[in-house]
Design a protein around this ligand. Structure first.
Ligand SMILES: [Zn+2]
Ligand SMILES: [Zn+2]
Length: 476
């Protein structure tokens, strides 16, 4: 029996990962895996590389330092240290909730019951798991939630821990689920405020950078949190505060329980650290100057950039007003079809954008959803882009770029179209046969489709045959 009969590829990856002594090139790693797990595949290295990236390994046995280098989680996580805020509630109960304390920093396949704690002298801290049931209100009604905590009442008492003290948790042995627990007194913490701030900023930049660089607009906690702390370990002089506390303060990101995403597009699991509810989106109060100032945009059809309009709108005006002028400027029917606005946000310094929903506008009556948002409240800077879609069926897409913010002109009526592309007119073929040159004002979609060429006409030459057809005004 060959080795391969007994060994799976995942086993082989685990064995080689356990043998690593430091950062290793991926090419070297796959070669070593294939030595103990030979493969006849066309590109055996590619198969191993694929498996290494999967759920069984990334964030469990392997950590990617960059695109060409890996190390083992066991090496990378050893010595990773973070700070946990205590609360009067936990102290009074003599417990430490496992989440948030260990969120993202505990091997995900381990049972909480296996968690081992030692103190600064490497002596075992006796503990046990206590389960707490909490009633929570969700959108589906009231439900119960089970929370696991470590019973530390004896240890807290022994060290006379105060609610303002912090705990420092250090990973001693990743694959054994073993941690060191130490107390950091409030005064000691205060003495290193500047260093902590530096570590915090490094951690948040590392995390946000990972999100900006990700293919999707979210990243798995078990991969990015471990990687971020492993990187921080090499750079920090003191441990950072807890990442969950930091992303709440940072505001750019949220956590949904297993992924981190952009704060404006992912629903947060809720706040775990403060008792305040997450900020309700009360619109900012605009100053008189902000209301007055004029936003000059260039709007163009996504698929025909040569068709553009320069539009000016005032800060106090709303997206519903913007929709009106867009429909007017691009000859979209003002009485029919939904439309919508999104903000396009560049991801890092890439050429990729993500989109944040701003408004859905109904053609009749009120402002729809988000249509009452004031232009100045969007806080746009020159170069920022919006996306506008007219008709969610035909999906006519426009990009709208803010060119500049200027002062309002005397006695001007906003919003207004101040410039447009030089029109490239097309002419009525019937008039042409009569020796006249008349700009075509309509195109018949039915006939154009039937005859596989644009069927154009002027106002005067809308012949009876088009009566029941679908005519559209020409946009120049
Ligand atoms: Zn004509
Ligand atoms: Zn027709």
């Amino acid at each position: 029996m060959s080795q391969k009969d007994q060994l799976s590829r995942n086993d082989a990856i685990e064995i080689i990962a356990a043998e690593l002594t430091g950062p290793t090139r991926i090419q070297e790693f796959t070669t070593r895996v294939l030595e103990i797990w030979p493969s006849n595949a066309k590109d055996p290295h590619a198969g191993v590389r694929q498996a290494m990236k999967g759920y069984d390994h990334q964030g469990k046995t392997l950590l990617y330092l960059d695109n060409t280098t890996i190390t083992s989680m066991q090496l990378a996580m050893a010595g990773v240290q973070w700070r946990v805020s205590l609360s009067a509630g936990q102290l009074a109960k003599g417990i430490l909730y496992i989440i948030p304390a260990f969120a993202g920093l505990k091997p995900r396949w381990f049972d909480n019951a296996n968690l081992q704690l030692v103190d600064a002298s490497d002596l075992i801290i006796p503990t046990e798991i206590v389960e707490e049931t909490r009633r929570v209100n969700t959108i589906f009604g009231e439900s119960t939630q089970k929370l696991s905590a470590l019973n530390l009442s004896w240890w807290y008492k022994k060290h006379q821990v105060e609610p303002t003290d912090h705990l420092l948790i250090t990973i001693v042995d990743w694959s054994a689920n073993k941690y060191r627990l130490e107390i950091e007194r409030h005064t000691a913490y205060q003495a290193i405020q500047d260093e902590v701030a530096t570590s915090n900023a490094l951690l948040m930049d590392q995390l946000f950078g990972a999100l900006e660089g990700a293919k999707d607009e979210r990243v798995f906690t078990h991969i990015v949190i471990t990687a971020a702390y492993a990187h921080l370990k090499e750079k920090q002089t003191v441990p950072a505060d807890h990442w969950l506390q930091l992303i709440e303060q940072d505001g750019r990101m949220v956590w949904n329980g297993y992924e981190i995403g952009y704060a404006d597009s992912l629903t947060s699991l809720g706040t775990l650290f403060s008792s305040e509810s997450p900020q309700s989106a009360a619109p900012p109060k605009l100053t008189a100057a902000q209301q007055e100032q004029v936003y000059q945009f260039k709007a163009y059809l996504k698929h025909k950039k040569s068709l553009w309009r320069r539009i000016e709108i005032q800060g106090e005006q709303i997206l519903k007003d913007f929709d009106d002028i867009m429909r007017h400027a691009f000859l979209f029917d003002a009485m029919d079809h939904l439309s919508g606005f999104w903000q396009r946000i560049r991801r890092g310094d890439t050429n990729k954008f993500r989109e944040v929903d701003l408004a859905t506008i109904y053609p009749y009556g009120d402002e729809g959803e988000g249509g009452d948002t004031q232009i100045a409240a969007l806080d746009l800077q020159p170069g920022d882009q919006l996306k506008y879609v007219y008709d969610f069926g035909d999906w006519i897409e426009c990009y709208i770029e803010l060119e500049e913010i200027i002062e309002a002109a005397e006695a001007a009526d906003y919003p207004r179209v101040v410039a447009q592309n030089k029109p490239r007119y097309r002419y009525c073929p019937v008039c042409k046969t009569e020796g006249k040159k008349t700009i075509a004002t309509y195109v018949c979609y039915w006939c154009s489709n039937e005859q596989q060429k644009d069927v154009l006409m002027c106002e005067e030459h809308i012949s009876p045959e088009h009566e029941d057809h679908y005519l559209e005004e020409m946009l120049y």
